[in-house]
Design a protein around this ligand. Structure first.
Ligand code: BES
Ligand code: ZN
Ligand code: ZN
Length: 468
């Protein structure tokens, strides 16, 4: 989508439709007052009114409540809803940030909302109509902030495409190919380890989980050097399909399990965004990609796997595969000597029981990092909440035959068990883990996304990295 900036009043912009904000505590524009009054439009938050022929073209009025409540999160959501509602109009003027006290930040939120809201995944169907070009009304100084917001939102949409692509098409090799293509386009370095290199390098977790599939696993590493000599490691779960392995899930339970690579897609997208934005801090994104399927060559309950860092895991549940592949990927990343490591993974049902599908669970060993991610997520409209990395539960993942076992013996507190397992592979680096099992893929549409992959985490991480 084309996004441009204008400091003209919304009504002076040449577009097929206009989007106009209305607040409960401020008078509506003169030209609209009568139409709004006769429709009894109250401007409560999350309300909207489409008036087809005012000023010769459709105007969509967005209720934003009190003007003090219309923060960046509210504007982003309103812009996204507006472009979806106006999908039949190729060009739209978005006046939501016109004269807003937050200036550039408000205009950037509107631009970001427009790009996120226009996203759709049509698969093999012909594309449906969508807004092609928007003009955001805002101050001239907003240009850079809008450019950054648009790039970030495009990277979110790229990750959404990967999450929505059927697993029959997005195998581990195909995910590696997508990463390679995007990295080449934007000047990042890529390294892909195939089965032979994984064997030679001792990546027993990735090989174990990927062993049940005809589509062999990969380890994908994408690197953006940055300019300040600092590097952050980003590790993302890349299970391109999770059938549960020999401990097979029900048909219903695996229906959306093509989304089990959304953490990996988020980390690749964040690295690409960092490069496109030219952020000072460098990024290395590492994605263990595998299919978790049952077959004669699948890993088995009772197997003991040896990981990249020499530690081992006893497999007590083949469906707890995410932590097993992440173990190798974390160990691999720590070897590259990053100053901190963040991982994202659709890891546990337990996090959904605790926090539902709109709040990401965060656990980690570094207070400042965890608190920073929670605060940044709040600013971006990606809520996250800390769960305790309670070491008392380490006894639940103790094994008589390996360093750790891969399930905690009960579903209770499994988000904590999973994080305690991962911690064994983080060396002594500052580390935070995002459990996005609830937030990565929604069966219903939300303000910022249609049903399917949400692209969660990328906006928070890009903003967090840009401040390092
Ligand atoms: N990929 C699933 C977790 C998941 C569930 C992600 C729903 C997104 C939506 C993960 O591999 C899994 O199966 N976890 C098990 C682990 C258990 C067997 C220890 C779980 O959470 O039940
Ligand atoms: Zn699983
Ligand atoms: Zn999984």
């Amino acid at each position: 989508m084309d996004v441009s900036l204008s400091s003209l009043p919304t009504t002076d912009i040449d577009a097929d439709a206009l989007v106009v904000p209305v607040h409960t505590d401020a008078p509506a524009p003169d030209w609209a007052a009568e139409a709004l009054a006769s429709a009894r439009f109250t401007a409560e938050p999350d309300t909207e009114l489409l008036v087809p022929g005012l000023l010769d073209r459709p105007a969509l009025f967005m209720g934003l409540g009190r003007s003090t409540e219309a923060d960046a999160n509210a504007l982003r959501r309103a812009a996204a809803r507006a472009v979806r509602r106006l999908a039949d109009f190729p060009t739209v003027a978005l006046g939501l940030a016109e004269g807003h006290p937050q200036g550039s930040e408000a205009a950037a939120a509107v631009a970001e909302g427009a790009v996120l809201g226009a996203y759709r995944y049509d698969g093999l169907r012909p594309p449906k109509p969508a807004v092609r070009s928007v003009t955001v009304v805002g101050p001239t100084e907003a240009k850079e902030a809008i450019r950054a917001a648009v790039i970030t939102a495009e990277c979110v949409n790229w990750a959404r495409d990967l999450g929505n692509t059927p697993a029959g098409r997005l195998t581990p090799a195909a995910l590696a190919q997508e990463a390679t293509t995007a990295a080449a386009e934007h000047g990042l370095k890529v390294r892909v380890l195939t089965k032979k290199a994984l064997r030679a390098g001792g990546y027993g977790g990735i090989l174990g989980v990927g062993g049940g599939s005809d589509n062999p696993p990969r380890l994908i590493e994408v690197r953006y050097a940055g300019t300040n000599g600092r590097t952050v490691g980003l590790v993302g779960k890349g299970i391109t399909f999770d059938a549960g392995g020999l401990g097979i899930k029900s048909g219903h339970g695996m229906a959306d399990m093509r989304s089990d690579m959304c953490g990996g897609a988020a980390m690749l997208a964040t690295a690409i965004a960092a490069a496109r934005l030219g952020l000072p801090t460098g990024v290395v994104a590492v994605v263990p990609a595998a299919e978790n399927l049952p077959s004669g060559s699948a890993y088995k309950p009772g197997d003991v796997l040896k990981h990249r860092n020499g530690k081992s895991s006893e497999i007590t549940d083949t469906d707890a595969e995410g932590r097993v592949v992440l173990a190798d990927a974390l160990a691999h990343t720590v070897e590259l000597d990053p100053e901190l490591v963040i991982d994202a993974a659709t890891l546990t049902y337990a996090v959904m029981h605790a926090l539902g599908d709109e709040i990401t669970g965060i656990l980690g060993n570094d207070r400042e990092l965890v608190a920073g991610l929670v605060a940044t997520g709040e600013e971006c409209g990606e809520p996250a909440w800390e769960l305790p990395l309670y070491r008392g539960y380490a006894r639940n993942i103790a094994s008589p035959v390996a360093t750790v076992r891969n399930d905690g013996g009960s579903e209770h507190a499994d988000a904590i068990h999973a994080a305690l397992f991962l911690e064994e592979f983080t060396g002594d680096v500052a580390w935070a883990h995002l459990d996005i099992a609830g937030t990565a893929f929604h069966t219903k549409s939300g303000d910022l996304h249609p049903a399917g992959a949400t692209g969660t985490g990328i906006r928070t991480l890009v903003r967090y990295l840009s401040r390092l």
